[in-house]
Write a protein that binds this ligand. Structure first.
Ligand code: LMR
Length: 331
C-alpha cells in the first residue's frame, strides 16, 4: 500500500515538472569593434536588458572584435542564420546591394549628431530599413559612433598631401571616390586587418573615428592624425528577419524595448567616448595631432564636395535630396 502511494506521488511529481528545463532562446550578436566603444557598450547594454527583462528566456551572446565573423563574412552569415544580430557600419551595405546606405558616407553631409539624427530618425531612416526586408534582414535601430579623422604617416593637411597615399577604407564606393578625389589610392580592407596593414606598410593611412583608432591602437602605428571631421561612421543594428519574426510575440516586444533603451544609451555615450579616445591618443604622445586651419578645411571641402554629384547615380538622387532636406545641407 505504501509502495503504491509512493509510486502514485512520484507519478504526480513527474507529470507536474517538465522533463527538461526550458532552453533559452540564444541570440548571437556579432560585431567587429572593441567592447570599450559606443557600439561595444551598446551591445553589452542590450544583452543585459534583454536577459533581465525576459527573465532568462533569452540569452544574448555578444561576440566583439571580429571573434565570430569579420567584415565581408558577417552579412551573409546573418542571412544564413549563423548569427542573429549584427551592427555593421552604414558604409558596409553596398556589397549587399543596398547602395542607398552610402548616402551617409558623403563627405561633410552632417555637421553634428543632431543633423544626423534628423536623417536616421525620420522617413529616410525608415525607408532604408524597408529596403533590407527583401534581403531577409530587419532593421532594428541606428547607433552612433562619430565623426571621422584622417591618419597617415605623413602630415595630411590639404588634398595635395594625400597624393598617392594608400588609404584603407570600408567597403563603400563613395569612400573610394572620396579618397580618389584627394589623389589617394583607396584600399578596401576588413577592420580586423587594419592595424597589421598599417604596421607593415601595406597601407599608409586611413580614416576612422577616435574611438576606433584608440581601441585598435592605430595611433601607435600612424605618425599623424588630422582632425578633419569630414564624414560620419554610424551603424544599422540588423537582425535575421525569419528569426526575428519567428520569436514569440511577447519576447519580440520585450527585445524591441531592450533595443530602444540600448539605442538611447549607445547614442548618449557616443560623443563622450570619442572625445575621451581623442584625449587618450593625445596623451599617448605616439601620434601628432593636426588641427586644420579654416583655409585648409576649405581646400578639403572643395576637393570632396564634388563626390556628392559623382555618386548620385549610384546612391540615387531621391535619397540624397531627402537627406539634404532633412539636414538642411546645401552643396
Ligand atoms: C571600420 O571598418 O572602420 C568600421 O566600420 C568599424 C566599425 O564597426 O566601427
Amino acid at each position: 500500500m505504501n509502495a503504491c502511494l509512493l509510486l502514485a506521488a512520484a507519478a504526480v511529481v513527474a507529470f507536474a515538472t517538465p522533463a527538461w528545463p526550458q532552453q533559452p532562446i540564444v541570440v548571437k550578436f556579432s560585431h567587429v569593434v572593441a567592447v570599450d566603444t559606443p557600439k561595444g557598450k551598446g551591445a553589452e547594454r542590450f544583452k543585459q536588458l534583454a536577459e533581465e527583462r525576459t527573465k532568462g528566456r533569452v540569452k544574448v551572446e555578444v561576440y566583439p572584435n571580429s571573434t565570430l565573423f569579420k567584415d565581408g563574412e558577417e552579412i551573409s552569415a546573418l542571412q544564413l542564420g549563423s548569427v542573429q544580430i549584427l551592427a555593421p557600419s552604414l558604409a558596409k551595405f553596398g556589397p549587399l546591394g543596398a547602395r542607398e546606405f552610402e548616402v551617409f558616407d558623403l563627405p561633410y553631409m552632417f555637421r553634428d549628431y543632431g543633423e544626423l539624427h534628423k536623417a536616421t530618425e525620420g522617413p529616410v531612416g525608415k525607408a532604408l530599413f524597408q529596403k533590407l526586408e527583401s534581403k531577409g534582414i530587419v532593421g532594428l535601430a541606428y547607433w552612433d559612433n562619430g565623426f571621422k579623422v584622417m591618419t597617415a604617416n605623413r602630415p595630411v593637411r590639404v588634398p595635395d598631401d594625400y597624393r598617392a597615399l594608400k588609404m584603407r577604407i570600408q567597403s563603400s564606393k563613395v569612400l573610394a571616390d572620396q579618397m580618389k578625389a584627394l589623389g589617394a589610392v583607396p584600399q578596401v580592407m576588413a577592420f580586423s586587418e587594419v592595424y597589421q596593414a598599417m604596421q607593415t606598410g601595406v597601407v599608409d593611412g586611413s580614416e576612422n573615428t577616435p574611438s576606433n583608432i584608440f581601441t585598435q591602437k592605430h595611433h601607435e602605428v600612424q605618425k599623424y592624425l588630422a582632425l578633419t571631421d569630414h564624414g560620419y561612421i554610424g551603424y544599422a543594428v540588423i537582425a535575421n528577419k525569419k528569426f526575428w519574426d519567428g520569436l514569440p510575440a511577447d519576447i519580440r516586444t520585450t527585445l524591441e524595448g531592450a533595443m530602444r533603451d540600448a539605442t538611447a544609451y549607445a547614442n548618449e555615450i557616443a560623443k563622450k567616448e570619442n572625445d575621451d579616445a581623442l584625449e587618450g591618443i593625445r596623451k599617448s604622445g605616439k601620434t601628432q595631432i593636426l588641427k586644420p586651419t579654416p583655409e585648409e578645411n576649405a581646400q578639403m571641402r572643395k576637393a570632396l564636395i564634388p563626390v556628392h554629384k559623382e555618386d548620385e547615380p549610384r546612391i540615387g538622387k531621391e535619397v540624397i535630396e531627402q537627406v539634404y532636406q532633412a539636414v538642411g545641407f546645401k552643396p
